[in-house]
Design a protein around this ligand. Sequence first.
Ligand code: SF4
Length: 354
Amino acid sequence: MQTTLERPPARKKAESFIPELVYFEPAALDYPKGQRIMEWVKETGIPFRMTTSHNRITNLPGDSELEQYKIAKRTLVVGLRKTLKFDTSKPSAEYAIPIATGCMGHCHYCYLQTTLGAKPYIRVYVNTDDIMDAAKAYIDERAPEITRFEAACTSDPVGLEPITGSLAELIEFMADQEHGRLRFVTKFHHVDSLLPLKHNGHTRIRFSVNDKYVIKHFEPATSRFEDRIEAAAKVARAGYPLGFIVAPIIWHDGWEEGYAELFASLSEALPKDASSGLTFELIQHRFTKTAKNVIEKRYPKTKLEMEIEKRKYKWGRWGQGKYVYPDEQAEALRMFISERIFEHFPDATIDYFT
Ligand code: SF4
């Protein structure tokens, strides 16, 4: 029988994302970024189509819903961000800054499964200047208080960075904002283009990590743990504030060994000079009834435990509540993981457990 501590079969380094199909809104080609992406698409030989709106891609190939979902995850849509009113993004930041929507990862538990509904394809926005102007207005409104923007609420922007370069633009913009800060989280390692940028310490890059069981069973099509840590060391050396998000924390057979091993290997792999000022954010696994239905359809063989009877119902702000672990289990997870973090990283800060 396989135990949770056995090494998972070797996984290959994740290549940069190359979509199988790209849609362009005609107006996107009026922007340099849109033109650049079009050139790359043509050079790479990726089939492309035009679309009237990035919100209305209805003719995706695929015979079944599941097949269309898989194809959507390999489909890129290049358009303009029209809604420039930002959503709030508690607890990690004041606002979500929208540079992309959708992700090529296949994490079974991902909340994009439900929030993106029938539009799981990946949208990137070329009008970054408009987005930065809107961010500036939010910063000015709250100044002299610091305003934090989360760039990974609806996507994993690092996985898309080789195509868009949007994070680089945001990082350099935020470097000059006395009262603005940027943050994003990723499960990808494509950070090399970000290393030489001027950031002034105004951007915190966090890597999403988890124990081997969770990465092996629930995070296909993302970068390997070792590659995420190697990238973390690089960004720390480039002077970026660094953090880790452990999410979702999952109660499974062997979770104590699994999470103990996670922090031991994190501390072993992370160079000592990369560990100062580290932050951790801890998020226990949660799901809604809608998410459970969608996940069971899209990943019918998933081992993700979503038994409502074993969970506690937590009322949500927008009506639909979530199922979290009962208090006793949540507290055991919080205590155990916090202790392991301080054992290996005594100077780190735990921002929150939720
Ligand atoms: Fe979702 Fe993040 Fe996984 Fe992408 S990498 S599927 S955004 S959890």
